[in-house]
Design a protein around this ligand. Structure first.
Ligand SMILES: [Zn+2]
Ligand SMILES: [Zn+2]
Length: 272
């Protein structure tokens, strides 16, 4: 009865998460990419008088970043991170009604035990565990690269819409709207571009902090949950810790999300 009640409470949250996840993957990320390619890029090609070669390099780099951001997110969601085995001498899970391995945890939102569970990702609407942690971390990495890359050019794009020193004046107007009475130009639609640019920078800072936190955990060989409890740390050396997340073919994995990179055998033995 307890389980049924809990699932009923979690269901609307779970449905909301799924809708949000689809919107991020199929509307927000492609929308951002299309905006950069169709609106920002042609302006900059004219502004910097880019030749065909330089222009083509930017197009290839942009597509590469887009594939890695969307691909890693898609793979993180599509990869089954659950623990299916009934582990002998494991810890009994009353929700799944079977024994789970030592480093697995039950997720009440996904309602399943997750192998090497790190955390439940609200934006991906799935748990990040041993088998999809690689995609989650590389998603964060490529989001940082993409946002740094686009912010650099977005700054020039937004500046092109404003007069000299207009960018800083616009920033002041956004920070304190009362300043519009003393600034030379009234508040306009262009301020919206500056506002989105500033939000972009804030998001970039937040994702960078998140990425550093997760990479620190990966090199120390712990999950988010284990990092709070010193007694459960069991590092196998930073190199092996990295291999246990990115797999034996890490050099391909960091470049292409759809390539297989099997995890080291000692990790399988430890968790299953
Ligand atoms: Zn369970
Ligand atoms: Zn979960």
């Amino acid at each position: 009865m307890n389980i049924i009640t809990r699932n009923c409470i979690k269901k609307p949250v779970y449905t909301y998460e799924k809708v949000q996840c689809v919107a991020i993957l199929f509307i927000l990320i492609p929308g951002y990419f299309i905006f950069e390619m169709v609106i920002v890029k042609p302006t900059l090609v004219k502004m910097f008088e880019m030749a065909v070669v330089k222009h083509s390099i930017h197009v290839i780099l942009s597509i590469f970043c887009y594939i890695n951001v969307s691909g890693n997110m898609l793979m993180a969601i599509a990869t089954d991170a659950s623990s299916k085995n009934n582990v002998k001498d494991g810890i009994y899970c009353k929700f799944c009604n079977r024994n789970r391995s030592q480093r697995s945890w039950h997720c009440r939102t996904c309602n399943v035990c997750i192998l090497g569970r790190d955390h439940h990702c609200f934006f991906f609407s799935t748990c990040i565990g041993l088998y999809n942690r690689r995609y989650y971390i590389l998603f964060l990495f490529y989001i940082i690269i993409s946002m740094l890359y686009s912010s650099y050019y977005n700054y020039y794009y937004v500046s092109s819409k404003l007069e000299e020193h207009g960018f800083m004046i616009s920033v002041f107007r956004i920070i304190n709207p009362l300043l519009r009475f003393i600034t030379p130009e009234p508040m306009s639609v262009v301020d919206l571009y500056v506002l989105f640019f500033l939000l972009n920078i804030l998001l970039l800072v937040w994702i960078t902090v998140l990425f550093c936190f997760h990479m620190r955990n990966v090199t120390r060989g712990v999950t988010t949950h284990e990092s709070k409890n010193i007694s459960t740390k069991r590092s196998i050396g930073w190199k092996n810790n990295l291999l246990s997340v990115f797999g034996r073919r890490w050099y391909f994995a960091i470049l292409w999300p759809f390539i297989e990179s099997p995890l080291s055998d000692f990790i399988r033995e430890e968790t299953d």
